[in-house]
Unconditional design. Structure first.
Length: 175
């Protein structure tokens, strides 16, 4: 296992994937990382829908006006949902779980990319969440935070450059 700093340095948003499936065992391990995520008052409000069906991935890729088209070429995507009634900080809880999935995927040599769902629109009349609900059939009490596209990397990106770390954003004891 790599150090967390090394994982973060090398974790990049990957939008191009090889045309090969991700093994179920790897997806299960990624989900295990999410299921062990911390949550407010340990209420565990999250739910996950794993999508590997090419037709549904293509539909997911059309869920936003822009920024989701690459999902059509991913071998898998995980929709991150949460029960809003369980936690007033469901957004944070779901985001932590999604982030841990991305770190675990990177540690296994996979590429992934966050696609924002909450507060996004498919078109002027339909939210991204409602569009996804129409064919993934999740109940109304679940809110969608994001989807994580996932697969074997079809592109390589340079590690995070330390020169771009905004150290002036760190303050001690006061601003």
């Amino acid at each position: 296992m790599n150090s967390v700093i090394e994982l973060l340095r090398n974790r990049r948003s990957i939008r191009k994937y090889e045309d090969r499936p991700v093994e179920k065992e790897k997806i299960d391990t990624i989900l295990q990382a999410a299921l062990m995520a911390p949550s407010s008052k340990r209420c565990t409000p999250w739910h996950f829908i794993v999508v590997t069906d090419k037709e549904k991935l293509a539909m997911m890729s059309n869920s936003r006006t822009m920024g989701s088209a690459f999902v059509a070429n991913a071998p898998a995507a995980i929709l991150v949902l949460a029960e809003e009634a369980k936690s007033d900080v469901w957004v944070e809880d779901a985001s932590i779980a999604a982030t841990l999935m991305m770190v675990e995927a990177n540690d296994m040599g996979l590429g992934c990319c966050w696609v924002q769902v909450r507060n996004r629109q498919k078109d002027e009349q339909t939210s991204t969440e409602d569009y996804l609900r129409s064919f993934l059939h999740f109940p109304e009490n679940l809110k969608a935070e994001c989807m994580i596209a996932l697969g074997y990397k079809g592109e390589e990106k340079k590690p995070f450059d330390d020169e771009h770390i905004l150290k002036d954003r760190v303050h001690y004891n006061d601003f």
